[in-house]
Each structure stands twice: as structure tokens, then as C-alpha cells.
Design a protein around this ligand. Structure first.
Ligand code: PEP
Ligand code: MN
Length: 263
């Protein structure tokens, strides 16, 4: 149903001129987790002033340990939405439980399905009943076919506003957190009409790799990137080691602009 066909490439239109797909290269940025009003306000204001129009932030966090920071839940989503509205930014945030979809609806512009839930078919079918775009991250142990079939689960319920997000897969390599599979970009372009973005943050787990991987994402034809940014990465409650500070993010934006001018 959502394979590449004569209908051409899908563009996700979020309103206010904010789009994913087509000729755009969309940058999504924000902290791994929403931690406080102050943190998310400052982040939104700073990223908004860099002309980043989509803010990410986790409120329901899929942490490995049940004792690690689990996110602020609905309260976090409210803070995110408020910060986004003030700065003309759309919101992407992960939902892990279908029971949270309805209550979250007003605060999220793009529902994120995380890597760990890529084959949570009940969740996929539920999110497919809503009319909001879905950011479907690749399962860390999923093939391209499994990933596209997961997208079909969402589409089969009526919602084909789907953005795919490559975030790395598990391999024997330990130097990086995951092994980012950049070759999926041209493969997905061949097999599907959905936009595909790259998550260099979870894909590498190392902040020094974000810049080169973002450059490569532009060059290989991705529709955008999603990058973790924190006002003070050393103090982040999750994923500080892969989060950029504001200056580092700004430098990457100028890299993207320069590269896009060459292609
Ligand atoms: C995230 O983007 O916040 C996240 C948890 O990523 P992933 O599902 O790719 O691990
Ligand atoms: Mn994270």
C-alpha cells in the first residue's frame, strides 16, 4: 500500500510551512528527555532562534533500568507543547503505551514509536487510527523488510503519514552504541515512498560523531536528521554523552547549509 508507486514521494506537511520529505532537509532537535520547564524553555528558545522548527523531547522514556529516570510523563508533554508554541515549533515525542495516545494527542504533533516498540503491533495499530504523523524508528534488531512491514501496520489502519527514522542496529561492534546503517537511505527510497531521516545521536552514541554522520546523511539523500541537544549535556538525566550543546548544534546547521548548497 505504501510502497513506491506512481503517486510519488510522500511529504509530511505539519502546517506553518514545516514539512518532512520532498526537497526539504528537516532538522529535528531537542533533549533526550524533558527534565524541567527551565530546561525545555531554554532549549526551545535557542533552537527556535536557529530556525529549527521541530522540537523533540522524551516524556515517556524507554529506559533499560526501571530505576533510571523514567521521564515526566504527561506533565513533560505539557511543558514541551508550551515551549513549542512560544517558539513556533512542532513537537515530536515518544509514546510507549497505546493507553497514553488519547491523553497525549493535544500535546504532540508527531507521535514517535521507539526502536524497542517497532514491532509492538498493538501500539502500531492504535497509532494508525489517529490522524497525526508518526515517526517510526527502526528496531535495533530489525531488517528493512520488518521495518517496512511495521509501517504497513500503521498504514493498514488508515494513517500513512509516516516518517521512517534510522537509528542504528545491534552488531558485534562495541565502540559505537549502535551501528548506523546509512545504506538504508537509498534502499528505502527505492522500496518506499516514505520520507526517511537519520538519528545520528542514538545511531552512534558519541557526540563527536554527530557532525560527520549528519554530513553523510545530507550527502546520501536523507530527508533530515534528529539530533539530541541539551543546554548542559554533562548534567543531562539521559543520554548526555551523545548530546550536543547549543554551539555544537549551530555549527552542524551551518555544515548542513553549506553541503546542501553543493549537492
Ligand atoms: C529516543 O529517540 O528518545 C529514543 C529512545 O530512541 P530509540 O528508540 O531509537 O532508542
Ligand atoms: Mn536518547
Amino acid at each position: 500500500k505504501i510502497k513506491n508507486d506512481e503517486r510519488g514521494k510522500k511529504i509530511i506537511d505539519l502546517g506553518n510551512g514545516i514539512k518532512i520529505g520532498g526537497d526539504e532537509f528537516t532538522v529535528i532537535a531537542g533533549p533526550c528527555s524533558v527534565e524541567s520547564e527551565e530546561q525545555i524553555e531554554l532549549t526551545a528558545q535557542t533552537l527556535g532562534s536557529m530556525d529549527i522548527r521541530i522540537l523533540r523531547g522524551g516524556a515517556f522514556k524507554p529506559r533499560t533500568s526501571p530505576y533510571a529516570f523514567q521521564g515526566l510523563g504527561l506533565e513533560g508533554l505539557k511543558l514541551l507543547k508550551k515551549a513549542g508554541e512560544k517558539n513556533n515549533m512542532k513537537i515530536v515525542s515518544e509514546i510507549m503505551d497505546p493507553r497514553d495516545l488519547e491523553a497525549s494527542y493535544d500535546f504532540i504533533d508527531i507521535f514517535q514509536i521507539g526502536s524497542r516498540n517497532m514491532q509492538n503491533f498493538a501500539l502500531l495499530k492504535e497509532v494508525g487510527k489517529f490522524d497525526k504523523p508518526v515517526l517510526l524508528k527502526r528496531g535495533m534488531a530489525s531488517t528493512i523488510k520488518e521495518w517496512l512491514m511495521a509501517a504497513e501496520y500503521i498504514a493498514s489502519e488508515g494513517n500513512d503519514k509516516i516518517v521512517l527514522c534510522e537509528r542504528g542496529i545491534r552488531t558485534f561492534e562495541e565502540y559505537t552504541r549502535n551501528t548506523l546503517d546509512l545504506s538504508v537511505v537509498p534502499i528505502i527510497k527505492e522500496l518506499s515512498n516514505l520520507p526517511i531521516i537519520i538519528d545520528p545521536s542514538h545511531g552512534t552514541g558519541r557526540k563527536e560523531l554527530i557532525k560527520p554522520v549528519t554530513r553523510a546523511s545530507v550527502a546520501i539523500g536523507a530527508d533530515g536528521v534528529m539530533i539530541e541537544v541539551h543546554p548542559n549535556p554533562c548534567e543531562a538525566l539521559s543520554d548526555g554523552e551523545q548530546s550536543l550543546n547549543f554551539n555544537e548544534m549551530k555549527e552542524i546547521l551551518s555544515n548542513i547549509k553549506a553541503l546542501r548548497g553543493c549537492i
